[in-house]
Design a protein around this ligand. Structure first.
Ligand SMILES: Nc1ncnc2c1ncn2[C@@H]1O[C@H](COS(=O)(=O)NC(=O)[C@@H](N)CS)[C@@H](O)[C@H]1O
Length: 474
């Protein structure tokens, strides 16, 4: 495919840089003729594949993967009133089969509670069937009216991982909420994406949920990106869909449920947070290729360089490190540019001098360059890969936390969210919360366990130790 050789705009203009990079690095093609619907380039899809395989491996420890229908009959979708209130203006409808109008309109799943839970009713009979922990990775459809953007706000969400669990008691479901949060923490840590977990305010929780825990990360423009959510659903859906089980005493009880979702926003976060003016910077767990080997040949006789490259590639692959040799007939500099644009974590340069010293030149994507001996090469490279992932995460976390600031007044908060997040005391009343959102023109992300403090609610003046985070959001 034709590589776009255009240079990137500066990352200081994040939105322009982000859009240009998605095309130049061949992640997603935004030219599909439906708003909010985009096309994966094969390279972008290789990132998705790597990232979602990692997510599957984490889930498959104690979940089972399955697949539910995309089409949902209107009566099923409308059953849970709070849920449908939250989604009715986002649902796409299928009204015809060929030339004939359908008797019952069918919704394209915006999320799959209303497709799955009628089946859970049929599948769950006794406490022995619990806990039931299933997930699927599917496309979902939401008629988003806010600004659509590839990987961030799509109308066809192409990589929607949704897990749906059922438990005997509210506490068991609460335990599952925490297990899901631990799994998400591990997943985002492996992607070197820092996050703060906020409990969403009552008025912004998932429609039909008891409460919502959200994983929020900060994009370079200071806006928050909700990259994952975990919802405690209590018995609301169980009562609506009559999902009951027979307990040990033979009595019928409603199940308690949770659901938790991650979409391709996790990839938007990796690209946005770690990328630089030369292109993508991919943590090893997000990149199909971890090391590209570049032969440095000056004259006809390559002095054994080609052979050495082959040996290094085989050595690394034998140790589960994905290495490729770029032996195209191109100047090394042109190769560096190409692989840096694609965000490959490491480059190994091998020239006659390296052969003589029995070493290779290891260049880390962020520029760190060092000569390492051939002896123990795979072990050294593996350690360097892990070091890179840790350095990326620490740098991103430090930069995010440096931009979260405790503010005394709403004016100060308004100023602060121009380029970061503000935290302020909040009495917990919805009226005050909504007034804070209006005054600062932002979203209240909610309260975070990790953010402590005390003060007076800026609206009603009541003393409180509840601290809330405010941010501009995607
Ligand atoms: N239009 C969208 N484009 C891309 N990602 C989205 C979009 N809408 C939501 N998401 C992502 O999908 C995650 C789950 O969506 S959700 O509405 O919060 N939760 C659910 O749908 C629940 N059924 C859990 S799967 C969100 O946390 C967000 O990261």
């Amino acid at each position: 495919m034709e590589e776009e050789s255009k240079s990137l705009p500066s990352k200081d203009n994040f939105s322009e840089w982000y859009n240009e990079l998605l095309m130049t690095a061949q992640i997603m093609d935004v030219r599909y003729p439906i708003k909010g619907v985009y096309v994966w380039y094969p390279f972008g899809f290789s990132i998705r594949k790597k990232v979602y395989n990692m997510l599957r491996n984490l889930l498959d420890v104690d979940h089972q993967e399955t697949y539910f229908p995309m089409l949902i009959p209107k009566p099923e979708l409308l059953k849970e009133s709070e849920h449908i209130k939250g989604f009715e203006d986002e649902v796409y409808w299928v009204t015809h089969g060929g030339l004939s109008e359908l008797e019952v309109p069918l919704a394209l799943r915006p999320t799959s509670e209303t497709a799955i839970y009628p089946m859970y009713k049929l599948w769950i009979r006794s406490h022995a069937d619990l806990p039931l922990k299933l997930y699927q990775i599917v496309n979902t459809f939401r008629y988003e009216t806010k600004h659509t953007r590839p990987l961030i706000r799509l109308r066809e969400i192409t990589s929607f991982k949704e897990a749906h669990t059922a438990h005997a008691t509210w506490d068991d479901a609460e335990k599952q909420v925490h297990e899901a949060m631990d799994l998400y923490s591990e997943f985002f840590t492996k992607l070197a994406v820092p996050f703060i977990v906020h409990k969403r305010p009552e008025w912004d929780k998932f429609p039909g949920a008891d409460y919502t825990m959200a994983f929020d990360t900060m994009m370079p423009d200071g806006k928050s990106l909700q990259v994952g959510t975990v919802h405690h659903l209590g018995t609301k859906f169980a009562k609506t869909y009559d999902i009951t089980y027979e307990d040990e005493k033979g009595e019928r009880q409603y199940v308690n449920q949770t659901c938790y979702g991650i979409s391709e926003r996790c990839i938007a976060a990796v690209i946005g947070i770690h990328g630089d003016n030369k292109g993508l910077v991919l943590p090893p767990n997000a990149s199909q290729t971890q090391v590209v080997i570049i032969p440095i040949i000056f004259k006809k006789d390559d002095g054994g360089v080609k052979e050495a490259c082959q040996k290094v590639k085989e050595l690394l692959r034998a140790n589960d490190i994905v290495a490729v040799i770029d032996d195209a007939d191109e100047r090394p500099g042109a190769k560096y540019y190409k692989w840096e644009m694609k965000g490959t974590p490491f480059r190994i340069e091998i020239g006659p001098r390296d052969i003589k010293n029995n070493s290779v030149m290891l260049v880390r994507r962020d520029g760190k360059k060092e000569s390492i001996p051939m002896d123990g090469l795979p072990e050294t490279v593996r350690n360097k890969l892990f070091e890179f992932q840790t350095d990326l995460l620490n740098a991103a976390r430090d930069s995010m936390l440096a931009r979260v600031k405790a503010c005394e007044t709403l004016d100060e908060a308004k100023q602060q969210i121009e380029n970061g997040w503000a935290t302020m005391p909040w009495c917990g009343e919805k009226a005050c919360g909504l007034e804070m959102e209006n005054a600062v023109n932002c979203k209240l992300l909610g309260e975070a366990h990790t953010i402590k403090g005390a003060g007076k609610c800026p609206i009603c003046g009541k003393a409180t130790d509840r601290i809330i985070t405010m941010a501009r959001s995607y």
